[in-house]
Design a protein around this ligand. Structure first.
Ligand code: ZN
Length: 105
């Protein structure tokens, strides 16, 4: 998923505030490239590919060291870029229980 301008600004603000002097843990350089997309990792469930159901997906912002190519992942939800997982299962119809309707009096 491509970041819009507002999300790009949030990413830059977050990184400048929370990780302003971050150095690459592999090579020690401090020059990073920022992808303009959100990536996701899927829970390993063994065997085959499971989408939805009980598997979970985590969205990440990726920055890559411009010297050695080592990459770091930042949780896009914790950063405030996304409000929830994009692949969150629809829980509204999970148990068939309806919310109480407001009374009229
Ligand atoms: Zn590096």
């Amino acid at each position: 998923m491509q970041l819009d301008e507002n999300q790009k600004n949030k990413v830059l603000l977050y990184l400048n505030t929370n990780a302003p002097t971050i150095k690459c843990p592999v090579c020690g350089h401090a020059q990073w490239g920022l992808s303009d997309r959100i990536f996701e990792t899927r829970e390993f469930v063994g065997g085959g590919l499971e989408l939805g159901g009980n598997s979970s997906i985590m969205p990440f912002i990726v920055i890559t060291c411009t010297y050695c190519a080592h990459s770091l992942l930042f949780n896009a939800i914790q950063m405030g870029i996304l409000t929830q997982s994009p692949a969150k299962p629809d829980e509204s119809k999970s148990n068939g229980v309806k919310s109480p309707e407001p009374s009229n009096g």
